[in-house]
Design a protein around this ligand. Structure first.
Ligand code: HEC
Length: 185
């Protein structure tokens, strides 16, 4: 009888531990899905942004980002049955503010960068029991017109849209923030 109870306890314990951590397969599957969604975000946001830049420069593209970035991300979230967010340690839009889990991922990435380590996407179960995918978002030279050492004119447009902007002064290759994807199922 005792061994029986012991065995049952062991099984219960194992099952409850399992529910907190993800199997290798779950990590793999969500890494692939997360990367696909990241690519879709780049194509959708980046594509529209470059179109705006071409037709009217930073002056047109900045206000476009201001109204379109969040709705475009929401639209992609619905298509993929996930919640997509872009967030940062140096925010432009306060509506993109990191939650505690995202803050700790940002800190982890920044610490790794300062040690010269490579940073990779992270898949983990969150406090809400859902699976999360996080990926670093680095800047390239296409981003610098709005996030680098910007011109006076650009700066005044940014400040008019985002009085508390912290997202300029970056260099090519810097960590701009993270993509945070929460899977609904
Ligand atoms: C035309 C100007 C422009 C360019 C070019 C641009 N951004 Fe942005 N970026 C913005 C604006 C405006 C916002 C705020 C959007 C909003 O209101 O949600 C923003 C927000 C962000 C955010 C969300 C976090 C925050 O601080 O609010 C990230 C991450 C980001 N940009 C990364 C990039 C990267 C990476 C590139 C290059 C691939 C890039 N941006 C190119 C204007 C730009």
């Amino acid at each position: 009888m005792k061994t029986y109870i012991g065995l049952i306890l062991l099984i219960v314990l194992q099952v409850s531990c399992k529910s907190d951590s993800l199997s290798d397969k779950e990590i793999k599957v969500h890494t692939i899905k997360g990367k696909e969604i990241g690519q879709a975000v780049l194509t959708k946001l980046g594509g529209s942004l470059m179109q705006q830049m071409k037709s009217g420069g930073v002056k047109k593209a900045l206000p476009f980002c201001n109204v379109a970035a969040i709705p475009l991300t929401k639209e992609l979230s619905r298509t993929h049955n996930v919640t997509i967010k872009r967030t940062s340690h140096k925010l432009r839009n306060q509506n993109n503010k990191p939650n505690l889990e995202e803050e700790s991922i940002l800190k982890q990435y920044l610490a790794s960068i300062s040690k010269g380590e490579k940073i990779k996407p992270i898949v983990k179960k969150g406090q809400n029991g859902k699976v999360h995918f996080y990926a670093p978002m680095k800047l390239n030279n296409k981003c610098l017109a709005c996030h680098g050492n910007v011109s006076k004119q650009t700066d005044s447009i940014i400040k008019s849209l985002y009085p508390n902007d912290k997202a300029t002064g970056f260099k090519d290759g810097d960590l701009r923030g993270i993509l945070s994807v929460t899977f609904n199922d």
